[in-house]
Design a binder for this molecule. Structure first.
Ligand code: KIV
Ligand code: ZN
Length: 517
């Protein structure tokens, strides 16, 4: 691709709060969504898809509150091609100053025949009608022909032309099932660019799922062929194998600007803090070798690489860690550090804490400094994220006492709090300390689950490092994740399990979205 002209601006549309939140175990409460929305706005995301208002009260309120309070990004709400969906989306968005309604309807033969039982003409009629209804409410309208990558080329052109004529300002081409490959997807975009007569009246967007691990590659191929918007999520979370990862696609565009000659408005040093926030909020741990934001993404282990790096960094490094938000100074604070030093460090790590939040984190920090001599950036992030994962007015961990000997049933006493009431369970049960504590939590909260996954890893280095634990549980056929942090790994595991139980309360208050997509 030629690079002599001015770089073209690509719109970054983030759907962490909608498609990301749809992935099993990732449901978030309102304050978590507001915090992520603010982080996305600070990151420089152009469009934030805040939810799917018709699906639940939780989604509706999230879209409404985000539209009212977040500035700097367009706030978008999703709707099917149904009157009540479009009206509900508008109801949620109407108090915002910069908003978009996103309507979608499946177009592929498989979806038409088996899911919708509609013929082509009916699909076009409904899509046009819904775009027009949305347009009667606001100017900024996106239309998505769901499963576009598997839709017949001629029919896709017809749908796109009709919806642009009806008022869509963005037409989004989803690879809903992650079926496309880069050359194929480039062909889908080329077909639209060359054959839809009014294509220049709308922005062409792409929305790629990662079932074949190709979501970023397919999005980049679409950019090369003229797409102007990429839909993506932080850490690539989303249905099944997830969506195009925001940090990967943005850094590919930035690093290979020589080739693509496009740019984004993303403030890249905020990528790591945003990634950590989404990971801690959803409980979805990052693999260590995750591109851009994984813990090992900039770690050079091989001697030959280290030698090269010392001679000239660019021998083995195509991006600088600080460009994506890994800070260079790691060892930061200790027992004698004051609140101002902590505030300074939290800002450098990309967190916005209110005075009240800072005071709470400072308390946690002092307690940690009594147990641990050296406090690293990772420890500070873990403390903040630990607070983030605690859900107000639900079950809180207070204390545990356990006597455990290998080969014998442990004796456990666990105290939890709900509001100002404390609840204690004392029993002999379980196969080891954590099993006993999990059973005590189930008894106090009157919630029985099946543990599907349980992990503990260290937040930083050293024997006194904090343990970060994640747990995945199944409750009534749905998965819920929890996360807990402590220098005591048993406490970290207990907190993670309790966090998952708390999330069941949020999750069960939402309708099952399979019914609505
Ligand atoms: O994957 C998909 O097709 C979607 C649409 C709603 C855009 O998420
Ligand atoms: Zn999707």
């Amino acid at each position: 691709m030629s690079t002599s002209s001015e770089p073209r601006q690509i719109t970054i549309f983030d759907t962490t709060l909608r498609d990301g939140e749809q992935s099993p175990g990732c449901s978030m409460n309102l304050s978590e969504k507001l915090e992520i929305a603010q982080t996305l706005a600070d990151l420089g995301v152009n469009v934030i898809e805040a939810g799917f208002p018709i699906t639940s009260i939780g989604d509706f309120e999230a879209v409404r509150e985000i539209a009212k309070s977040i500035s700097g990004s367009t706030i978008c709400g999703l709707a099917r091609c149904r009157e009540q969906d479009v009206d509900r989306a508008w109801e949620a968005l109407k108090h915002g100053t910069d908003v978009r309604i996103h309507v979608f309807l499946a177009t592929s033969a498989i979806h038409r025949e088996f899911k919708l039982k509609m013929d082509k003409q009916e699909i076009i009629r409904r899509a046009v009608q819904s775009v027009k209804r949305a347009k009667s409410y606001c100017e900024n309208i996106e239309f998505s022909p769901e499963d576009a990558a598997r839709t017949e080329a001629d029919f896709l052109c017809e749908v796109v032309e009709a919806t642009i004529a009806a008022g869509a300002t963005t037409v989004n081409i989803p690879d809903t099932v992650g079926y496309a490959t880069p050359a194929h997807f480039a062909g889908v975009i080329d077909n639209l660019m060359n054959r839809v007569p009014n294509i220049d009246q709308a922005t062409v967007s792409v929305h790629c799922h990662n079932d074949l691990g190709l979501a970023v590659a397919n999005s980049l191929a679409a950019i090369e062929h003229g797409a102007g918007q990429i839909e993506c999520t932080i850490n690539g979370i989303g249905e099944r194998a997830g969506n195009c990862s925001l940090e990967e696609v943005v850094m590919a565009i930035r690093t290979r600007n020589d080739y693509y000659n496009v740019r984004t408005s993303i403030n890249t040093p905020r990528l790591v803090p945003a990634s950590r926030l989404v990971s801690s909020t959803t409980g979805m741990l990052l693999q260590r070798n995750k591109a851009i934001v994984g813990r090992n993404a900039f770690a050079h282990e091989a001697g030959i690489h280290q030698d090269g790096m010392l001679k000239e960094r660019t021998t083995y490094e195509i991006m600088r860690p600080e460009d994506v938000g890994f800070t260079q100074t790691d060892l930061v604070l200790g027992k004698h550090s004051g609140r101002a030093a902590l505030a300074d460090r939290t800002r450098a790590l990309g967190y916005h804490l209110s005075d009240e939040q800072l005071a709470a984190i400072f308390d946690d920090f002092k307690k940690l400094a009594d147990k641990k001599k050296e406090i690293y950036d990772g420890d500070i992030s873990a403390l903040i994220e630990q607070r983030n994962t605690q859900i107000a007015d639900q079950w809180q961990f207070v204390s545990y006492n356990i006597q455990a000997t290998s080969g014998q049933t442990p004796a456990v006493t666990l105290t939890l709090a709900r509001g100002d009431q404390q609840h204690t369970s004392s029993k002999n049960c379980g196969d080891g300390p954590l099993d006993a504590l999990f059973r005590a939590i189930e008894e106090i909260t009157d919630t029985t689950v099946v543990v599907r996954d349980f992990r503990v890893q260290s937040a930083t280095r050293g024997k006194d490092a904090q343990g970060e634990s994640t747990v995945e549980v199944e409750y009534q056929g749905q998965l819920y994740r929890g996360r807990g942090v402590s220098t005591d790994t048993v406490e970290a595991g207990t907190r993670a399990f309790l966090n998952a139980i708390n999330r069941i309360e949020i999750g069960t208050s939402q309708v099952n979205r399979q019914d609505t997509i």
